[in-house]
Design a protein around this ligand. Structure first.
Ligand code: 4GW
Ligand code: MN
Length: 303
């Protein structure tokens, strides 16, 4: 006997909170919008990670890796570090072995949160670059060094994040892969010609029109330590080449990251569940908000 359709839905299930792959795509009936980001696979067959398509219990049982979380908090951005770390303790890789790698010029201002078993925090003091554009790019330089010298002995995977963010829901081992990057939430329904790639040929981050899969945001990416070493070295070399010519890519290291990821495709792509900003449109596609941008006062945090 055919079951009644209603049998499939348990009482109390909120269907709108459990969008399936097809449901999500059906929401998109306006023409001229691109569906590629709403898929669960890229054209090179890397999974795009959306809630409901994996069993975290199975993934957790398979995963016994050491995971690093790299974050930079210099100058006025030190104010974001406390909430970032506290929320990470609630939501980031719960039950796994985690090391926070915090880089700051304000070691004395850091308030250490209570850190769970199997987790630890390393504070590294650095001198901050003067220009904010350089601060943001300085992360690549530091990454090239630590992924060569220190991290291969300490961790398997490294996750790199902006600090002006808070974890708002669980982010676990489902994100891990050799090389992963996150869709920029501001471009999810756009075609590549609208992406804010670097379009000047003179820059090492140049991407011609007609190329590119997604626009990735530099606020969350990661992978095996060796892969992040390759990525950061390539981006850092591009940044240095541009500096020699007295130019700078339109979105600094994010532009170089996007170029790298076209020619070195990520093995996993994180959906905007993993990078969201509550001020953005198209929120109907996003049922989980795992990592949220803090609404900062730009005047107040400017150096
Ligand atoms: C404008 O005055 C600034 S200051 C733009 C970035 C600044 C900055 C960035 C800073 O003073 N200190 C700092 O530690 N950062 C790090 O770079 C921090 O980890 C931050 O999350 C990351 C990228 O900068 P952002 O978050 O401001 O970039 P968007 O606007 O893309 O979120
Ligand atoms: Mn940010």
């Amino acid at each position: 006997m055919f079951r009644q359709k209603t049998d499939w839905v348990k009482k109390g299930d909120d269907i709108s909170k459990n969008l399936t792959h097809c449901d999500r795509k059906q929401l998109l009936n306006h023409s001229g919008k691109r569906k590629a980001s709403l898929n669960v696979l890229t054209s090179w067959l890397a999974p795009i990670i959306w809630d409901g398509h994996y069993d975290l219990k199975i993934l957790n049982e398979q995963q016994d890796s050491r995971i690093g979380l790299f974050v930079f908090a210099v100058k006025k951005y030190i104010q974001f570090l406390g909430p970032f770390l506290e929320s990470a303790e609630h939501f980031f890789m719960v039950g796994h072995n985690v090391t926070y790698y915090v880089f700051t010029d304000k070691v004395g201002y850091v308030v250490r949160p209570t850190i769970g078993d199997g987790r630890n925090l390393q504070l590294h003091e650095i001198t901050a670059d003067i220009r904010w554009q350089d601060v943001s790019m300085q992360r690549m330089e530091i990454l090239t060094i630590i992924t060569k010298e220190q991290l291969p002995n300490e961790i398997d995977y490294l996750v790199c994040a902006d600090v002006d963010m808070v974890f708002n829901d669980f982010m676990g081992v489902e994100i891990l892969g050799d090389l992963f990057a996150t869709l920029h939430p501001g471009f999810i329904l756009d075609y590549p010609q609208a992406f804010s790639y670097e379009r000047r040929k003179i820059s090492a981050a140049y991407i011609p029109y007609g190329e590119g899969d997604f626009y990735y945001m530099a606020a969350l990416y990661g992978g095996k330590v060796e892969e992040i070493h390759k990525l950061s070295t390539a981006c850092q070399n591009g940044i240095k080449e541009d500096k020699k010519k007295n130019i700078e890519a339109v979105w600094q290291e994010e532009s170089h990251l996007n170029r790298y990821l076209i020619y070195n495709k990520p093995t996993k792509v994180l959906s905007p569940e993993y990078l969201w900003d509550t001020r953005l449109p198209n929120s109907e596609f996003i049922t989980k908000r795992r990592f949220l941008a803090v609404h900062k006062n730009h005047e107040e945090v400017r150096n």
